[in-house]
Design a protein around this ligand. Structure first.
Ligand SMILES: O=C(O)CC1=CCC(=O)O1
Length: 98
C-alpha cells in the first residue's frame, strides 16, 4: 500500500546542539536505509519549510505507524498520513481505446 506522508519538523530551539546534530544524522541514516529497502519511495523537501512530503510503500497501517514511530525525529514531528488508492484514469493503469 502506498501512503502520502507529510512530516513537519519542530526541534525545540533549546535542545543541546550536539544532541540535535546526532538526531538529524541518525534520522538521515534511517531514511537512507528505508529508501534502500524500497519502503521509503520518495522524499521531497517542502519549499520554505522544515517539512517533507514522502511516499511510503508498506503493507499495513500498523506497519507504517511502526516505521514512523521508529524515526529519531518522531518526537519532534507532526505527521499527516494519506493512504493512496489507484486512480482509474492513471495512464500507467488505464485500459481502453487509445
Ligand atoms: O528534514 C526532514 O524533513 C526530516 C527528515 C526525514 C528524513 C531525513 O533525513 O530528515
Amino acid at each position: 500500500m502506498l501512503f502520502h506522508v507529510r512530516m513537519d519538523v519542530a526541534i525545540p530551539h533549546d535542545l543541546e546542539p550536539n544532541h540535535r546534530e546526532d538526531l538529524v544524522a541518525t534520522e538521515r541514516k534511517r531514511a537512507l536505509e528505508l529508501q534502500h529497502t524500497g519502503v521509503w519511495r520518495h522524499l521531497w523537501r517542502v519549499v520554505g519549510c522544515y517539512s517533507n512530503i514522502s511516499i511510503f510503500d508498506v503493507d499495513t497501517n500498523d506497519g507504517l505507524h511502526a516505521i514512523l514511530e521508529s524515526l529519531p525525529l518522531y518526537p519532534y514531528m507532526t505527521i499527516e498520513v494519506t493512504p493512496l488508492a489507484q486512480h482509474p484514469s492513471d495512464v500507467s493503469v488505464a485500459v481502453g481505446p487509445r
